[in-house]
Design a protein around this ligand. Sequence first.
Ligand SMILES: *Cc1c(COP(=O)(O)O)cnc(C)c1O
Length: 220
Amino acid sequence: MSANLKAYAELKAQLPAGTTLVAVSKFQPNEAIESLYAAGHRDFGENRVQELAAKAAVLPKDIRWHMIGRIQTNKIREFAPFVHLVHSVDRVDVLTVLQKEALRAGRTIDILLQVHIAQEETKAGFSPAEVLGLCAVNVLHGYPNLRVVGLMGMASLTEDRDQIRSEFARLASLYRAAQEQLGVGQITVLSMGMSGDYDLALAEGGNHIRVGSLLFGARN
Ligand SMILES: *Cc1c(COP(=O)(O)O)cnc(C)c1O
C-alpha cells in the first residue's frame, strides 16, 4: 500500500518556501509511510501514542515524528525521548508532565500550544486568553526543558469556508501577539490546516500543515 505520490508532488508544488508538510499517517500501515519516505519525506504526524511509539521503533531513525493528538499524561514517557514536535499541548497538566519527562529523557522538547478556535466544545485547547497568560515570560520559566515554538489549532467541522478562514485568521493574530511577547525568533511555528482546508490555512499565514487523507486516502 503506497501513499499517493502524485497528490504528494502536487501538494508540495503549492507550498510556499518555509512551509512544513506534516504527513498525518495515523491508521496507515508502515508501507505507506515508507513510500513517502522513499520520495524524500521526513515529517510524519500521529495522534495515538501507542501507534506512534510502535512505528518509530521500526521505521527509519531520521523521521521527524510529530505528536498531534489528544495527550494522556500517563503516556508521555513513551514519546518524550524521541518526539520532534508536540503540536497538541492543550492543558497545564500536559505541560507539567512533559517537563518532567523531558528532564528525565535529558533533552529539551519543542512544543506548540493548542488553541481552541472551533465552535464545537469537543475540540481541545487553551483559550486565547490562557495562551497569552502562558506567553508571559515568567510562566514558561517554570518549564526549563520545554521550548514553546508556536501555536496549533483546528477549525470547526463545517462546510462554511468563510467561518474556517476566520478561525484561522484569529489563530494567526494570536500567533503574532505571542511573537510580540516571546520574540519572533522563538515563536516560529503556526500549525493549522488539514486536507480539506490547508489552502485557507496557508492564505492566513500557516507554516505547518497537517495533511492525512489527501496523501494516504481515506482511513479505515
Ligand atoms: C487526522 C488529523 C489531521 C489530518 O486530517 P486529514 O483530514 O486526513 O488531512 C490533522 N490534524 C489532526 C490533529 C488530526 O487528528
